[in-house]
Design a protein around this ligand. Sequence first.
Ligand code: ATP
Length: 249
Amino acid sequence: NSVTRGVTKEIPAVSWDDIGGLKAVKKKLQQAVEWPIKHAASFDRLGISPIRGVLLHGPPGCSKTTLAKAAAHAAQASFFSLRWHIFASPSIIFFDEADAIAPKRTGPSGNSSGNATVGERLLSTLLTEMDGLELATGIIVLAATNRPNAIDAALLRPGRFDMVLYVPPPDAEGRYEILRIHTRKMPLGDDVDLWKVAEHTELFTGADLEGLCREAGMAALRESLRSERFVCDDIHFQAALRSLRPSLT
Ligand code: ATP
C-alpha cells in the first residue's frame, strides 16, 4: 500500500454537520459519493454505474475542500489529497485547484514551444488515470476549482468528471449555521444574536466567518486579561466585524 511522497492519506474527521448551509450540495454529493460505496450492490441490481468524478467549483473559502473531506468521512473512505498512485478501494481522490493541474490546453497543438508543459503532462496522466479507474469501483475522484472555465474540456467528458457542482457563497441562513458551528465551543453572552451577525456579514465566506468568530474570541480574551470574564459578548462580535472585511465582492 505504498503512498506517493507528498500525499496525505487518511479518513478525515470532518463531517457533514461541520458544514453550514449548502443542503442541496451536500445531498447531491452524498448521493454521488456515499451511495456507490455504501450501496454498491444496489447499483448493480439496478444496472446503473455510479458517477466517476465530481468537479466542485465556487469562490475560495466556501468549503469545497471541506465538502470533499466530509464526503470521504461519510463514506469511511480514505481521502487522498492531490497526486495519484495505486489506489485502494474505497477511496476518494481529491484534486485541489484542478485548474492548475489541468489548465486549458492552448491552441490545437498545445503551447507554442512545442514541448508539453508540466500542466499538460499532468493533465494527460490524470486523464489516463481516470480512464483506468473505469473498472474499479469504490474510487471516486473529486476536484475543486475557483475557475471552472480554466479547466480543460477533456476533463469534463462523460466518465471523467461527469458531475459539476457549484458551491455558492453562503446565504444568510448558511452564514447563521456556519456561525453556530464555529461558536460551538465558545461561551457566548446572552446578548449575542448570531442571526443579526449573519445578516450583517453579506459577502463573507465560510472561512471569513470562521475568522470572525476567532477575532471575536480574541477580543473577549483581551478583555478577560483584565476582567477575568471569559465570555464572548456582542461587543466583541461588533469589534470583530469592524476589523474584518469580507473576501467576496
Ligand atoms: P479554496 O478554494 O481556497 O481551497 P475552499 O472552497 O476549498 O477554499 P475550504 O478550505 O473548505 O474552502 O474552507 C476553508 C475553511 O472555512 C474551512 O476549514 C472551514 O473551517 C471554513 N468554512 C468554509 N465554509 C464553511 C461552511 N459552509 N461551514 C462551516 N465552515 C466553513
